[in-house]
Design a protein around this ligand. Structure first.
Ligand SMILES: [Zn+2]
Length: 327
């Protein structure tokens, strides 16, 4: 298989390769993993390699079928997704698929049906799909993508081959951020670490100008010793109410770096490598015990917000905790 451009996931790619080269293509596959893990990228590569007509390393990205696939106009590829105005995939979409799937493919290969957010299928829709999975036409291949396999009927799971897509090692996710967004290595690594190796999330954070600016404001703001200075950081968190956990993770990672530098003095171990000068300066201002208390105060804040505690109160308590951690 031609896997150029894909970073990491070597085990999964080997599995796909052996399926395709052995010609034992199942009737249904599930690509399961968290949002941003690469389900679309990897399932597309798999299908494209399945359809490509060039002998040798597939997909060639150049033949007619590859080009049709890339333009979204391959006549034997259908995509089913949740209607924009609905939270679910209704049964009629699956019934329409069942009518279509029995028709022979236009080209001399497989007929592919992607079902995105497959866990959003209603029970009725899942039962309709099950009927197809019980007696699929030879030419059919159904690809389910899901963040939540538990929401699929066990009878569906048992009829599909499952590809689990886990997060990547941080350095691999960082490489993707560098490739796609052209960020310097050190900064790319920060976002990859914050995203816990989930490439799509790392790209989202790194590509989010507001988040990058908030990070700069917070980290610079932590430099100001005064309590009033710290409390002024509250609004930065409030700006990001909806996804405040990203900021909390970011700040926690910062204090963990301070602790690592304090304890080991080894700058090569820190994640926030793009801001080593700032870290070095701040290390002086905290004791190890103070840093551990601060990390706990961040985790307390996250727990409180997770339990729908009062937003401003939780953030202010955390910031007060920062103040106490200072020398
Ligand atoms: Zn091709």
């Amino acid at each position: 298989m031609n896997t150029s451009g894909i970073v990491g996931q070597s085990q999964l790619l080997r599995m796909m390769d052996s399926i395709l080269s052995g010609g034992r293509i199942a009737h249904a596959y599930i690509f399961a993993g968290p949002r941003g893990a690469g389900k679309k990228t990897l399932s597309s590569l798999f299908v494209k390699a399945m359809l490509c007509r060039t002998p040798g390393d597939k997909p060639c990205h150049a033949c007619k079928t590859c080009r049709q696939y890339d333009s979204g106009n391959h006549p034997d590829v259908s995509r089913i997704s949740r209607p924009e105005d609905k939270q679910i995939i209704p049964v009629d979409l699956i019934r329409a698929m069942r009518d279509d799937i029995i028709v022979k493919p236009f080209q001399n290969g497989k007929k592919i049906f992607f079902i995105y957010e497959a866990d959003r299928m209603t029970e009725q829709a899942q039962n309709a799909l099950l009927k197809t999975l019980e007696e699929p036409p030879d030419h059919a291949c159904i690809i389910l993508l899901t963040e939540n396999m538990n929401a699929l009927l066990p009878t569906i799971l048992s009829r599909c081959q499952i590809f689990r897509i886990s997060s990547l090692p941080v350095r691999d996710a960082a490489q993707i951020v560098m490739q796609r967004l052209g960020l310097p290595a050190q900064e790319a690594r920060v976002y990859a670490a914050l995203a816990r190796g989930i490439p799509g999330l790392a790209l989202e954070l790194a590509g989010d100008g507001d988040f990058r600016e908030q990070r700069n404001r917070l980290l610079a703001g932590l430099d100001s010793a005064g309590l009033s200075g710290l409390l002024e950081l509250g609004p930065v968190f409030a700006q990001r109410r909806e996804s405040v956990f990203n900021l909390l993770d970011m700040v926690e990672l910062w204090f963990r770096d301070l602790l690592v530098m304090k304890e080991t003095g080894d700058e090569s171990l820190v994640v926030n490598a793009d801001k080593v000068d700032l870290l070095r300066r701040q290390t002086m201002r905290f004791t190890s015990k103070g840093l551990m208390d601060i990390i706990q105060s961040i985790e307390r804040c996250a727990r409180s917000l997770n339990n729908y505690g009062n937003f401003e109160l939780a953030i202010d308590n955390m910031l007060l905790g920062f103040k106490e951690g200072v020398h």
